[in-house]
Design a protein around this ligand. Structure first.
Ligand code: CA
Length: 402
């Protein structure tokens, strides 16, 4: 039990301990760990306690990358040390001065993003999108159950939770239009996803097996893949999403280390046909994480991550099966999380069925996002102590086109 006020029994107790990057007025951003509604400034405490060589220096930097690059043994040492410092009263006197209320700090993008890849791992989402975008064809394309479909996204426009999202402009052409037009997107949307962050790099030519997932993956973030459906629908054949997605991708301030999710692993819903050997389901398969999509303060959907068809370990194995390497800070999105029920859909495209079936929000019919709308994605999972933990939430407000 932690000596920090309000931590015990909260969603941010000792079984969680997500990392982030914070700053106080006129001080440089640096790495902290969240406990309750506080952030612990790690570097100065590590300098006193000396948990392991190099940790204090890594935590004094303005991103998690130096710490993530140290690898799983150091991640485990750090987590044990933080647990001890925050639970044993003997450490309170010298640690408390480095504990800051979240009200008094600014939170930043936690990682320096390397490459960004986004997958498409929910069978329900892929089927729904197929039905909406290609109503005259089979919902799933022939490759979908043989490999985790993905595309390379734009790392440079990954932004921290709270960053405003400017409505993008671009080419739009509805099937009934004679010619494309240019202007602000009329079908701005979200995609509720999880993001996975690479800690340990792989080398060029190396294939990371599904069992190698935990050796390379540092942790998990909340992720909103903002999507302009009208731009996307016109541009996406044959090379996939481009400008309909690249204007912004939001991630949470907090990165939940994999160790905090030890009790959240579960079986996949089932894969048929059995995937090729390199995609064999490894030690860690599905994740039982509850997601909430909140629009202007109202929960409009509850997608279950446990319904995802492809596992994160399979996504990493697929990313590297051709010998492509991953780097510290690489980020991959799971793809939109959509369950089987209508109120489990992870995008407004699906919740309004292509804009044809508006849903009610406070008695008003809604389809796609309007200027001023604020979307927050929240995530909880079973913690290792038997209660719940919260993963980093991610929010953003839609700003008018410029
Ligand atoms: Ca996506």
């Amino acid at each position: 039990m932690s000596w920090v006020d309000g931590a015990a029994g909260s969603l941010f107790d000792l079984d969680n301990l997500p990392y982030g990057v914070f700053s106080r007025a006129e001080e440089s951003p640096r790495v902290g760990v969240r406990i309750g509604d506080h952030v612990l400034d790690l570097a100065p405490v590590a300098e006193i306690g000396d948990p392991a060589s190099g940790l204090a220096a890594a935590w004094r930097t303005p991103s998690l990358n130096a710490f993530m690059a140290m690898g799983p043994d150091q991640w485990a040492i750090a987590r044990r040390w933080i647990d001890e410092v925050l639970s044993d009263d003997v450490h309170e006197e010298r640690t408390a001065p480095h504990l800051h209320s979240l009200d008094e700090v600014e939170l930043h993008l936690p990682i320096e993003v390397g490459d960004y890849v986004d997958f498409y791992a929910s069978e329900q989402h892929a089927s729904n999108v197929g039905r909406i975008f290609r109503p005259d064809q089979a919902p799933l394309l022939p490759n979908w159950k043989h490999l985790p479909v993905g595309y390379h996204g734009r790392a440079g426009t990954v932004v921290a939770s709270g960053t405003g999202v400017i409505r993008p402009c671009g080419q739009r052409k509805a099937p009934t239009d004679d010619a494309p037009s240019y202007g602000p997107s009329r079908r701005l949307d979200i995609e509720a996803e999880l993001g996975f962050v690479v800690g340990m790099p792989s080398t060029l030519g190396e294939r990371v097996s599904t069992d190698g997932f935990a050796a390379h993956t540092f942790g998990v973030v909340g992720l909103n893949d903002w999507s302009a459906r009208d731009i996307q629908a016109w541009e996406y054949v044959p090379l996939g999403p481009f400008l309909g997605k690249s204007f912004a991708t939001s991630i949470s301030h907090w990165v939940t280390p994999l160790a905090a999710l030890d009790a959240a692993w579960t079986d996949l819903p089932g894969q048929d046909p059995e995937p090729l050997d390199y995609l064999a389901v490894g030690d860690r398969a599905g994740l039982d994480i509850d997601v909430e999509v909140v629009l202007n303060g109202v929960v409009v959907s509850r997608p279950p991550y446990a319904s995802m068809y492809w596992s994160p370990a399979q996504m990493l194995a697929h990313t590297t099966v051709n010998g492509a390497s991953v780097r510290t800070g690489d980020l991959w999105g799971s793809g939109t999380i959509s369950g089987a029920e209508p109120d489990q859909r992870g995008s407004f495209l699906e919740l309004s069925w292509g804009g044809q079936e508006p849903f009610l929000l406070d008695g008003v019919e809604r389809t796609y996002l309007e200027d001023g709308d604020e979307v927050t994605l929240r995530y909880t999972a079973r913690g290792t102590s038997g209660g719940r933990i919260a993963l980093g939430e991610v929010s953003g407000r839609v700003l008018p086109a410029t």
